[in-house]
Design a protein. Structure first.
Length: 139
């Protein structure tokens, strides 16, 4: 497994794991509560920070465990990365329509922020899945 594929696996696991914990924590407060009173900003910023820190730490750990592969990338890695990034961009572009529509409809900030965060997570997931499939099935 190349170092770029390892980075992709780390990215998808961290993105999905952190988002799952965040959404489970915050959305569990929604039933029977006015969403305007739910404190979601600090948990969201914490989730974003933890996701970034975990991704960096795990990538450093992976590079330390396989130092010979850490900086090696070839043309295939670059093409797979580009394909995944394009896919993530298109998913984000389409998914961002939902929070934009919510903002135009003047819906609670809670829903706008959470759908935007979900759009980022979906883009990361789509990008990673495309990269992993390209690595596993060939490109």
């Amino acid at each position: 497994m190349s170092s770029e594929e390892k980075r992709t696996w780390i990215y998808v696991v961290v993105a999905v794991g952190v988002a799952a914990v965040y959404f489970a924590t915050v959305l569990s407060k929604v039933p029977g509560t006015d969403v305007g009173t739910i404190a979601y900003v600090r948990p969201m910023l914490t989730a974003i920070g933890v996701g970034i820190a975990a991704n960096i730490a795990l990538n450093i750990m992976a590079a330390t465990l396989s130092p010979r592969e850490a900086d090696k990338t070839d043309e295939r890695d670059k093409q797979i990365n580009r394909l995944g990034d394009y896919t993530g961009f298109y998913v984000m572009s389409v998914a961002a329509i939902v929070p934009l529509g919510l903002a135009m409809a003047e819906i609670e900030h809670f829903w706008i922020a959470n759908t935007l965060y979900l759009a980022f997570v979906l883009a990361a997931l789509a990008s990673s899945i495309v990269k992993i499939v390209a690595y596993r099935r060939g490109f």
